[in-house]
Design a protein. Structure first.
Length: 688
């Protein structure tokens, strides 16, 4: 009898031995599906480990196989494993895979917030949250609830909402909580009027939350951390319970999440952290990629595993991504590789305007990919960029969907202004009047007063009419330039002016917008065929974690990617570069870049420069395509800078012009290079 026969006879001699053999074969089968680096990570024994997992390297498989290995081979009860992810969708996917592998459910698997809420519910029932002013029936306030509460505090105290916007104050409070800063500590750190004012609201806000037996999302983490820090018995309980702690996307953790993780693993020391420095793109949410580095400092014996084999993209795409991200010097960069070879180059399209950029991309899709629209993603840096592409796709009868955003003409601020605009020509328009009334009766009265004394020719000029609406209603005062969400809304309003510049009269503008909104420019029959066969449009931030066979990265210009608000700070440039890296690594088979040589921004048509990130790619990987056809919009460009001047006049002192009011220099790349290399005198440069 051969060796295998002897083993088989032994294991089948009774049912328990048969079960053992089945288990061994199942684990072996799972491990055989992994590459050597993945297998090493999964088979890590006790102690802390960090897994640097590049884009498309199979980190989800590693995490779920690691959990299966712990349960089936190491005999760790599922209830003693803590698996933390950053989205509910990712948590559900991992739970599903673990159940398929083991037949067991993970009681503690989810996001930091959901798991903290679970712990707080358990301990609140035992009275352990009374010291925080909470009982077992505490309510969790969402973002809208928080804002409503803060506005109520404003009203109660007679605070002026126009001076410091409630949304901005809410953001300040959230940031303070994520950094574990109390109201008193925040007061000591305050450096300006906004922070001093936020301190007052912060104190009142916390008092109101406790009075109402409520917590916000930030409290879920902060109170959980304080509970474990201040109560030794509970701390020991959870440290013993969670024998193994696995955390996905560790580069996206903030300060309180890092310390919460650290305290939970302090006793067993079995931390399995998975992350990638190069995919940290949420600094504006408080995420800190340096937490990955802190692991090596706080866990001296930590083991490191690197997953650099990519299962998603061709080597040319990976080489382009690596050549870009290698310019970041503040963090390690993985060298991604694949056995999926392809000689196809990444295509770059240069057009003379933003409108032509959208037309060109729509033409390419129409000619090459009509039958595979669902395989296409169009990625942009800011949501405002979607508008030109939406209209270009409509004109070519290409169905699309927007993920993580709203269609341009369905955005609140655009619908508000369009309601005012329609009332300028039809005072009997009841839906528009109803919307305008909800925006503010006083604003509507001001609009009607302006209409009564305004010349018809001004109304018929789209840009002049829009400007008059903004001035008479003071609509822009609703928004604060210090609030990122408000800045996005102001960008959308600016884009509406861009649209207006293409039309000779306001009625034609309104008719075109109505057709776009109704989908009339698209062929209804084509839209109905295979509803899922649609182009996916989304921001680069929304694309993280996804993949598509064909990707278009549009608006590859200085000021868009990298964004103008990031250009002066090296750490922010590095974040923009990571965002570019994330975009590139979404592509599986084909990647296109596009940019325009001129674009309407802040009320002016100005020249633009290609993104520095394009120049960082090995040019051997790229195929350049240039197109300079004239568009109708170019032949009818108007300067409607009064929109920007009006907003600046309302928001800043006359003696201190905004950045966008300052002189705009348009230079060619050769002159700029010569200046930077000291080959051209600054006076000569300015004369050019």
């Amino acid at each position: 009898m051969n060796l295998f026969g002897k083993i088989w006879r032994f294991y089948t001699s009774d049912t328990s031995n048969y079960a053992k053999m089945t288990l061994v074969l199942e684990i072996a089968e799972l491990l055989n599906e992994l590459n050597p680096e993945q297998r090493k990570a999964v088979l890590h024994q006790d102690g802390p480990a960090i897994v640097l997992a590049g884009a498309g390297s199979g980190k989800t498989r590693v995490l779920t196989t690691r959990v299966a290995y712990l349960i089936k081979e190491r005999k760790v009860p599922a209830s003693n494993i803590l698996l933390v992810t950053f989205t509910n969708k990712a948590a559900a996917e991992m739970q599903k895979r673990v159940f398929e592998f083991t037949g067991q459910k993970l009681p503690f698997s989810g996001t930091f917030h959901s798991l903290s809420a679970k712990i707080l519910r358990i301990e609140a029932a035992k009275g352990h949250l009374e010291k925080f002013g909470l009982n077992s029936n505490f309510t969790i306030y969402d973002s809208d609830d928080q804002l409503s509460l803060i506005k109520n505090i404003y009203k109660t105290n007679g605070y002026d909402v126009s001076k410091y916007k409630p949304q901005v104050v809410k953001s300040k409070i959230s940031s303070a909580k994520n950094e574990m800063i109390s109201p008193d500590e925040y007061k000591d750190m305050a450096k300006d009027g906004l922070q001093l004012f936020a301190t007052k609201i912060y104190k009142s806000y916390e008092k109101r939350l406790r009075t109402e037996n409520a917590v916000d999302f930030d409290d879920l983490l902060l109170i959980c951390y304080k509970l474990l820090t201040e109560n030794e018995d509970l701390r020991t309980k959870y440290q013993n319970k969670f024998q193994h702690v696995l955390v996905d996307e560790f580069q996206d953790t903030n300060q309180v999440q890092y310390f919460l993780t650290k305290i939970l693993v302090a006793k067993k020391n079995n931390l399995f952290a998975v992350g990638d420095f190069s995919q940290s793109i949420y600094a504006w949410r408080g995420a800190d990629y340096r937490n990955l580095e802190r692991l090596s400092r706080d866990f001296k014996d930590i083991a490191e595993y690197r997953l650099e084999r990519n299962y998603r993209s061709t080597q040319n795409i990976l080489d382009a991504a690596t050549s870009v991200i290698s310019n970041n010097l503040s963090h390690p960069v993985l060298e991604l590789w694949t056995d999926q070879t392809s000689e196809e180059k990444l295509e770059v399209y240069e057009t003379s305007s933003g409108e032509l950029e959208a037309e060109k991309i729509a033409t390419i899709i129409k000619e090459k990919y009509t039958d595979q629209l669902k395989n296409i993603a169009l990625l942009y840096r800011t949501n405002v960029q979607s508008r030109t592409f939406e209209e270009a796709f409509m004109r070519r009868q290409l169905p699309y969907k927007i993920v993580g955003g709203t269609k341009f003409y369905e955005r609140t601020e655009i619908k508000d202004i369009l309601a005012y605009l329609r009332l300028c020509f039809n005072s009997l328009d009841s839906p528009s009047r109803e919307r305008a009334t909800k925006i503010g009766k006083r604003r509507l009265e001001k609009l009607e007063q302006w209409l009564a004394k305004t010349d018809r020719q001004i109304l018929e000029n789209p840009s002049s009419c829009l400007q008059g609406i903004l001035e008479s209603t003071n609509y822009l005062e609703k928004y604060d330039q210090k609030d990122p969400e408000d800045v996005a809304r102001l960008d959308n309003i600016q884009e509406l002016f861009n649209v207006a510049s293409r039309f000779d009269n306001t009625v034609a503008l309104l008719e075109n917008i109505a057709l776009v909104q109704d989908g009339y420019l698209a062929n209804e029959n084509n839209l109905a065929v295979g509803e899922e066969n649609k182009i996916t449009m989304m921001s680069l931030h929304s694309a993280k974690g996804l993949e598509f066979p064909i990707v278009f990265m549009v608006g590859m210009e200085e000021g868009l990617l990298p964004h103008s608000r990031a250009i002066l700070e090296e750490n922010e440039i590095e974040e923009e570069r990571r965002l570019c890296y994330v975009g590139i690594t979404r592509a599986k088979e084909k990647l296109y870049f596009s940019y325009a040589r001129s674009r309407f921004t802040y009320g002016y048509s100005s020249n633009s420069m290609p993104s520095r990130f394009l120049s960082e790619i090995d040019q051997k990987l790229l195929k350049m395509n240039r197109s300079f056809e004239q568009s109708n919009s170019q032949n009818n460009q108007r300067n409607y800078g009064n929109y920007n001047n009006y907003y600046a006049k309302k928001q800043t002192p006359k003696t201190e012009p905004t950045r966008d009011q300052k002189i705009r220099l348009v230079v060619d790349e050769d002159s700029l290079d010569a200046l930077l290399n000291d080959e051209l005198d600054i006076r000569e440069f300015l004369r050019k």
